[in-house]
Design a protein around this ligand. Structure first.
Ligand code: CAA
Length: 418
């Protein structure tokens, strides 16, 4: 059955990150590892570090507030709030209900938290798209937020792939940035133990190398499903199908993963996986440099923000892509361990680039030495383990701050209202 034609896409986007970071070369030195392993081997140059006052609610609210304010969205037009996160603050109460309260959204609103590891926000985007497509939105808009603090623990193999941040997007029938190509989509699911976090642990557990294989399997199959749908409508098939996308954006647990993903997809088109020292591998790597790497600057300097990392790359793309890309297609691949994945595409619209900026935000961060980082990680690990309020000792330049809990209720300082 043909899908109803509606213009659905992203009307607004913004992100928020912690105000501290570390340099990956410092971390490597402290761990007695060749710094080039982190910088070239993983592709990471810096890593965001949350203070206890910057929880997943704070990051989500700051990102959402900016998306609404910067793009002049009427808050009363929001009829659905979905927060994708694997950093919940409660077994029961969702991050989304705090977002709803502090942004003073209408009570005629669906509000929910979505969890499937790093797939949560992509699932939120699809839910919002389907909600609008069905017409049950009644012209209202959806606010989809990805917010996470990636934490594997000090001195673990996952440590250099930590990070934290949130991306907020308004999905509507008046897209200003990209319009989803809703007739094609690929998805995939399979139960695997590649990455998980039991309820009693703050640290994630990863079977690292296996998780990379799971990611690539999920990518290959969801891409194939997308291609099959595309070919049903377009009879022209060639072995450079991927080139229909002017840019290919991926879930980015670490930058090198996007390179592995892209080379594998091109190999899938060619019907062979290129060996590392082959000419084909170099061709695929050159293509990665052209269509993927330019949009990973934020990921390289922030680290893994789990469910938001694909959309951080999208933000980077929107801020940096040349105007000549208007009207062209990009692909977006979301992966959540466990696992679920989705491959979609979107058309780039013409918009005012001044709405997007990340350079100043990165400049304003404060660098930590490794001992201070380890102390902060220890504090963050213990935050929320018991009732009690604390002060902002980190002099955060924020409107909204988490200050612990009193009588088992989370306490936030909200200067937006002051
Ligand atoms: N100079 C340059 N490169 C070097 C180097 C050096 N001195 N030393 C090593 N390298 C390279 C290696 O060759 C390797 O590159 P290739 O993969 O291209 O071969 C790279 O650096 C990493 O080296 P290792 O594989 O030896 O690193 P590791 O064993 O310490 O583990 C990791 C890396 C598996 C990513 C680990 O950090 C980890 O477990 N991270 C968490 C799990 C994760 O991010 N999984 C991703 C897929 S799952 C997902 O996407 C969901 C999610 O968000 C978590």
């Amino acid at each position: 059955m043909p899908i109803n034609k509606k213009n659905i896409g992203i009307e607004a986007i913004a992100f928020d990150i912690p105000q501290h970071y570390i340099q990956m070369t410092d971390l490597a030195e402290a761990r007695g590892i060749d710094p080039m392993k982190y910088v070239l081997g993983l592709g990471q140059s810096e890593m965001a570090v949350s203070s206890p006052c910057e929880d997943s609610v704070v990051l989500a609210i700051e990102a959402a507030k900016q998306a609404i304010d910067n793009f002049g969205i009427d808050a009363s037009s929001i009829g659905l709030v979905v927060v994708g996160t694997e950093t919940p603050i409660d077994h029961s109460k969702p991050v989304a209900s705090y977002v709803h309260e502090f942004l003073e959204l209408s009570q005629e609103c669906r509000v929910v938290e979505m969890k499937h590891a790093c797939y949560g926000a992509m699932a939120g985007v699809s839910m919002a798209t389907d909600w609008i497509l069905s017409g049950r939105n009644k012209q209202k808009k959806a606010l989809v937020i990805a917010t996470d603090i990636a934490y594997y623990g000090v001195n673990t193999p996952g440590e250099p792939t930590q990070g934290a941040g949130a991306v907020a997007m308004v999905i509507s029938e008046q897209p200003r940035l990209v319009e989803f190509e809703i007739e094609f989509q690929g998805y995939y699911a399979k139960q695997v133990m590649d990455f998980w976090r039991p309820l009693y642990k703050k640290e994630a557990i990863a079977d690292g190398h296996y998780s990379i294989d799971c990611y690539l399997n999920a990518l290959g199959d969801s891409y194939q499903m997308y291609k099959n749908q595309y070919f049903e409508k377009n009879d022209k098939i060639d072995n450079n199908f991927n080139k229909i996308f002017s840019a290919s954006l991926y879930h980015v647990p670490f930058v090198k993963m996007a390179q592995k993903a892209h080379i594998m997809l091109l190999g899938q088109d060619w019907g062979m996986q290129p060996a590392r020292d082959s000419e084909e591998f170099q061709t695929a790597k050159n293509d990665y440099q052209l269509r993927v790497a330019p949009y990973l600057k934020l990921n390289a300097r922030i680290g893994n923000i789990y469910t938001g990392s694909l959309f951080l790359s999208l933000y980077n793309f929107l801020a940096d892509a040349s105007e000549s890309m208007t009207g062209k297609s990009i692909s977006l691949f979301g992966y959540g361990s466990g696992c679920s994945a989705e491959f979609i595409s979107a058309k780039i619209l013409k918009f005012d680039k001044r709405l997007l900026d990340y350079k100043d935000r990165l400049k304003k961060r404060r660098k930590l030495d490794i001992v201070s980082y380890e102390n902060l990680q220890e504090l963050w690990k213990n935050t929320g383990n018991k009732d009690g309020v604390f002060n902002d000792e980190w002099e955060l330049d924020r409107q909204f701050i988490y200050l612990g809990s009193e009588d088992h209720k989370r306490q936030y300082q909200n200067k937006f209202k002051a």
